[in-house]
Design a protein around this ligand. Structure first.
Ligand code: TYM
Length: 329
């Protein structure tokens, strides 16, 4: 028996990943490489569902690929590839879209949130069917486990429903995958608004992996904290402080009581500086430097992309072939 399979993806929709992506997903991607057969993809097909610029998209895809290598994805252990270079993703997405109810797709909360912000007239059909493409990404590789942050849970439920539906109608075709969500770091919050998840759409509250260290320190120093003085993990009453404590825990892996005990008789300012310095030393500096080095050799990155796409396509083609046969193509 081979190792169980994993697939996960990340969008190249910003100039840099942020620490929410890292703690919520990428760190688990790295860890799973030793125990699983891993497929990791930069999902550029997903990135054109909202407004985009082709030149910027291309650059971001390359930078995203480099960042995945920099955080520890090993192209010898894992299959690392760019989604648009493996045509089976779009092909399977079409078939699956014919098995998805219109109302079912309409219940996806991420679509509802995004259309509420941009207005339904300005939203593309691609944005609406995006979770079906995500299901195709996962099902093509027969992934058992999908390491993601909390915001992807509903998309994983849809993926499971589609796999089960297809299997029931045509016989076992897909592995039914499970979301792998690490509770403590499943939702890193915005430093300026600790009621919202950290996201590139709020750059002041978002710590990007490729930010300059002094920019990172400034973001931590100006983080919104709560009333009172005590440094205690209490997400309901102290969301800002608790978010900083969760970030420390995500980096050091200490238990929360040990972390809290280091801040007895200290102030919020001390906590902010401590967290900022920790993130700069352990995350920003090493990953930033490694990414820059990798980006200096574009030919090598392109060659790794080609290799990854070829490896991925072999697996994806086998799944698509069985799907095509089953539906009568
Ligand atoms: P994306 O590109 O928005 O985010 C990539 C990963 O980062 C996680 N994440 C967070 N985790 C904790 N705290 C946060 N503040 C935070 N922000 C983002 C996300 O949960 C995700 O795991 N639809 C997906 C991309 C995708 C995909 C896939 C994922 C496409 N196909 C197949 C898994 C499997 C997305 O937009 O992630």
């Amino acid at each position: 028996m081979g190792k169980p399979s994993v697939l996960s993806g990340i969008q190249p929709t910003a100039d840099s990943f942020h620490i929410g992506n890292y703690f919520g997903a990428l760190r688990q991607w790295v860890q799973m490489q030793d125990t699983h057969d891993c497929f990791y993809t930069v999902v550029d097909l997903h990135a054109i569902t909202s407004e985009f610029d082709p030149k910027i998209l291309k650059k971001r895809t390359l930078t995203s690929f480099a960042q995945l290598l920099a955080v520890g994805i090993d192209s010898l252990k894992s299959t690392l590839f760019v989604q648009s270079q493996v045509p089976q993703h779009a092909q399977l997405a079409w078939v699956l879209s014919c098995f998805t109810g219109f109302g079912e797709a309409g219940r996806m909360t991420q679509f509802k949130d995004k259309t509420q912000k941009g207005g339904q007239e300005r939203s593309s059909v691609g944005l609406f069917t995006y979770p079906i493409l995500q299901a195709a990404d996962i099902l093509l590789y027969q992934a058992q486990s999908v390491p993601v942050g909390e915001d992807q849970r509903q998309h994983l439920e849809l993926t499971r429903d589609l796999a089960i539906r297809f299997n029931n109608q045509f016989g076992k075709t897909f592995v039914v995958p499970e979301a792998f969500i690490v509770k403590e770091s499943a939702k890193i919050l915005d430093l300026q608004d600790p009621t919202a998840k950290m996201s590139k759409s709020s750059p002041q509250g978002c710590v990007f992996i490729l930010d300059e260290p002094d920019v990172v320190m400034k973001k931590f120093k100006t983080a919104l904290t709560d009333s009172g003085k005590e440094i205690k993990y209490d997400p309901t009453n102290k969301p800002g402080i608790s978010n900083l404590l969760s970030i420390i825990k995500a980096v050091t892996n200490e238990d929360m009581t040990t972390i809290e005990s280091q801040f007895v008789n200290k102030g919020y300012g001390d906590l902010k500086i401590y967290t900022g310095e920790l993130v700069v030393e352990k995350i920003i500096k090493p990953f930033r430097e490694k990414t820059m080095t990798l980006l200096a050799d574009e030919n090598q990155l392109n060659s790794l992309m080609n290799d990854g796409a070829q490896k991925a396509e072999k697996v994806a083609a086998a799944t698509l072939k069985s799907v095509y046969e089953k539906v009568g193509f």
